[in-house]
Design a protein around this ligand. Structure first.
Ligand code: AMP
Ligand code: GLY
Length: 427
């Protein structure tokens, strides 16, 4: 089987690694030092250039394509590949609006009476948003409706007060702004493979968005993530899980009813509140870092799953994950996300039980150097969370260079805090 992967970050390195019995090709904007070692052929080129992607796909003679990041989905690269007769894991532009247009997502959920949405208001101008923020009783989350790389949200009572929220909204010119009721709870990620009809869930994962230990500092693309050997979390009840999965199934059905069938990976980011799971957002792709947890645990060949998604024949029997825990920690440049130090050399010691995924990093004359975003990820897998965490931690500690990581991700202490937070909310 010949498969083209579009994208060149840590998530795409994990995707490439999980396509076991396939010849893999890759088109990426930057030369990922891990991906280039695992693929038959690659092209360094803008990932959103649909014509170039189709031309490379044809040149390589691929049967299927997998799109990693959101930008090519928004640019209609799936549509172009489909038109050229190459089925894609990754929805077409119209269906990808579930991620690329947060207003579309909320309106769709409302129209199809899908539970799990917070109260929201879409504002066409900063002025309208500012006056709503001043009138609203309670805390709001302020977001542009378009893509922001996970860094565009300001939550009242967390990063900003009411004045700060209004000030932030006033800077969001020439785009729609969405104001949402602030949700309180524990976040979790539920991702599913889907061929447009059947959804097959992956293990639950929890991401850590904040830059620093103790969940403080600015939001990032995600500093790391963990999953348990049960593939569940003690702070998500069986009912919460069933409700979250049902919201995802209904959303895929709603997209089909709108004439935008959805094929690929659906990523649900949920806030588990005292009233059950609420949707923070959907993404039209694997999460990064969450992909690195689930794909490291995937025991089936992802290439076979790709084929079933593309042919519309997906069934739960095609997908299995090791009953193990995983901890993924990202090493990032000093100063990330606000003023990342680029061009800093780094090195690490390979370790048994740890999978290394290269992300925003270059190799020059055999030396790895940081770029502006997350550098590389270390995934520890073990029988328990503690085992997995110790492995990921040891690997990160071995890294030399002007980089840092969050020591607390996956630790028993932080995990206990999550559980007691949820118990407190349920009282
Ligand atoms: P997003 O870019 O939508 O993933 O949001 C980034 C982060 O902002 C999420 O991981 C949440 O922690 C937070 N957030 C987004 N929307 C809300 C909301 N309605 N209530 C509380 N927190 C939110
Ligand atoms: N980890 C969050 C995301 O991929 O959007």
């Amino acid at each position: 089987m010949k498969i083209l992967v579009i994208g060149g970050g840590g998530r795409e390195h994990a995707i490439v690694s999980s396509l076991k019995n396939a010849d893999v090709y890759c088109i990426m904007a930057k030369k990922n030092p891990g991906i280039i070692k695992s693929v038959k052929k690659y092209l360094i080129h803008t990932e959103t250039d649909a014509d170039a992607v189709v031309a490379f796909a044809k040149e390589c003679g691929v049967e299927f394509a997998v799109i990693g990041p959101e930008a090519p989905l928004q640019a209609g690269v799936s549509d172009a590949l489909d038109k050229a007769g190459i089925p894609v894991v990754g929805p077409r532009q119209a269906a990808a609006r579930i991620e690329t247009d947060k207003g579309f997502c909320r309106d769709l959920m409302k129209k199809y009476q899908i539970p799990g949405s917070p109260a929201y208001k879409i504002c066409k101008t900063p002025e309208e948003a500012v006056s709503y923020i001043h009138e609203y009783k309670g805390d709001l989350a302020v977001k542009p409706t378009g893509l922001t790389g996970g860094k565009g949200v300001k939550v009242m009572g967390e990063q900003v007060d009411r004045e700060g929220a209004a000030l932030y909204a006033s800077t969001l010119k020439d785009q729609n702004i969405i104001l949402e009721e602030r949700l309180l709870g524990e976040e979790f990620t539920l991702m599913a493979f889907t061929d447009g009809k059947t959804l097959v869930p992956m293990p639950l994962v929890q991401d850590h968005k904040r830059a620093f230990e103790g969940d403080v500092g600015p939001n990032t693309g995600g500093m790391g993530s963990y999953s348990l050997e049960t593939h569940a979390f003690p702070f998500v009840t069986e009912k919460d899980y069933a409700d979250a999965f049902s919201i995802m199934q209904k959303t895929v059905a709603a997209l089909a009813a709108e004439g935008c069938p959805y094929q690929g990976i659906l990523y649900g980011q949920f806030m588990n509140t005292r009233d059950g799971p609420k949707v923070i957002e959907f993404n039209a792709r694997f999460g990064d870092p969450e992909a690195m947890n689930v794909l490291t645990l995937l025991t089936s060949d992802f290439a076979v799953v790709v084929e079933h998604i593309c042919k519309g024949t997906l069934s739960p029997a095609d997908v299995s994950f090791a009953p193990l825990a995983s901890v993924c920690k990202y090493v990032v440049p000093e100063g990330y996300p606000e003023a990342p130090k680029t061009g800093e050399a780094l090195s690490f010691t390979p370790m048994d039980g740890v999978t290394v995924y290269y992300a925003n990093v270059v190799e020059e004359d055999g030396v790895l150097k940081t770029l502006t975003s997350r550098t590389m990820a270390f995934v520890g897998v073990g029988k328990t969370l503690a085992d997995a965490e110790q492995l990921a931690e040891a690997a990160c500690r071995s890294v030399r260079g002007n980089v840092r990581y969050r020591k607390d991700i996956g630790t028993e202490a932080l995990f206990a805090k999550r559980i007691s937070h949820m118990n407190g909310l349920r009282k």
